[in-house]
Design a protein around this ligand. Structure first.
Ligand code: NAP
Length: 272
């Protein structure tokens, strides 16, 4: 598995997303992923599954140093005291003494960014998270974080897939050597039935979902965290790394509609 080096951490380029997985089903999915070789697990306080993930990790036998765990603070908890409380609760539920990456899950309109980063950096300084980062930051917010506050963010986790253009943010992140972690990399499963991707897949003996995933992972500085509850899909997503897309495939993918955003909540600053 290839890794992206960022702010002192080594981020496996393919991780397991865990949104909408909870309890025993989540535990079983994470156990299966770890057994198949996944070493990057993405969660958040909002997902309500950190305990299940912690249990899966504890029973896996995978050395902590070989595992990357990301969790996130919800937008309602962005005051410094609330961040500290949320972080303590996440760590306790995960049963870990540190996480690898702690993200602002969503920006909120009322947030105080300098105070947020100061609080996150203290958590990093205390060794409780190895790196800090953001999610769902649009270009304007990213510029504020990187150029004004000079926050050492290890990634921006955003929605990105074959049906959504993210060129401006992607170019900015690439110029600053900050990884883009693609969430909803399968457009919440919609890519699986897309005729163009199915045709490309047939050519390579692959599925449409595998084509969509490889398109992302062929891009410099991009990681992806597909959610897959079944071991077969988890393995298929690992196998996607071996597909070789050619120029003809890339041209066909470029012609897909690029405005199919799956996630866009009203509480956050607008994307466009
Ligand atoms: N930072 C944020 O604000 C944010 C927002 C959204 C998501 N995320 C993160 O990103 C992760 C991924 O996003 P997502 O879960 O919304 O959507 P996604 O990963 O794009 O799609 C998940 C769907 O694809 C299906 N699937 C997985 N592998 C497949 C394969 N090989 N072939 C066919 N179908 C396949 C899954 O099936 P099953 O149902 O059978 O598993 C599920 O229905 C989340 O779980 C979460 O960790 C972050």
């Amino acid at each position: 598995m290839e890794h992206l080096q960022t702010q002192g951490i080594s981020l496996p380029r393919l991780g397991l997303g865990t949104f909408r997985m909870q309890g025993d089903a989540c535990r079983a999915a994470v156990e299966s992923a770890l057994a198949l070789g996944y070493r990057h697990i993405d969660t958040a306080e909002m997902y309500g599954n950190e305990e299940a993930i912690g249990a899966a990790i504890a029973g896996s036998g995978v050395a902590r140093k070989d595992l990357h765990v990301t969790t996130k603070v919800w937008h309602e908890n962005l005051a410094p005291d609330a961040i500290r409380r949320a972080f303590d609760a996440s760590l306790k539920k995960l049963g870990l003494d540190h996480v690898d990456l702690y993200l602002v899950h969503w920006p909120s309109k009322a947030m105080n960014l300098p105070a947020i980063f100061e609080t996150l950096l203290k958590l990093r300084q205390d060794g409780r998270t190895r790196a800090i980062g953001v999610a769902n930051f649009n270009l304007a917010l990213l510029k504020t974080a990187v150029e004004e506050i000079k926050a050492p963010i290890a990634c921006n986790q955003i929605e990105y897939h074959v049906m959504l253009d993210q060129t401006p943010v992607r170019r900015y992140l690439a110029a600053k050597a900050i990884p883009l972690v693609a969430y909803c990399p399968l457009a919440q499963g919609k890519v699986a039935s897309d005729p163009t991707l199915l045709t490309i897949g047939r050519k390579h003996g692959a599925s449409a979902a595998q084509v969509a995933l490889k398109w992302l992972l062929d891009q410099d500085g991009v990681a992806a965290i597909p959610k897959a509850s079944r071991p077969e899909s988890q393995q298929a997503n690992l196998d996607a790394l071996h597909i070789g897309l050619d120029d003809e495939d890339l041209k066909a993918i470029a012609l897909l509609p690029k405005d199919k955003r799956c996630v866009n909540p009203g509480f956050a600053p607008a994307w466009d």
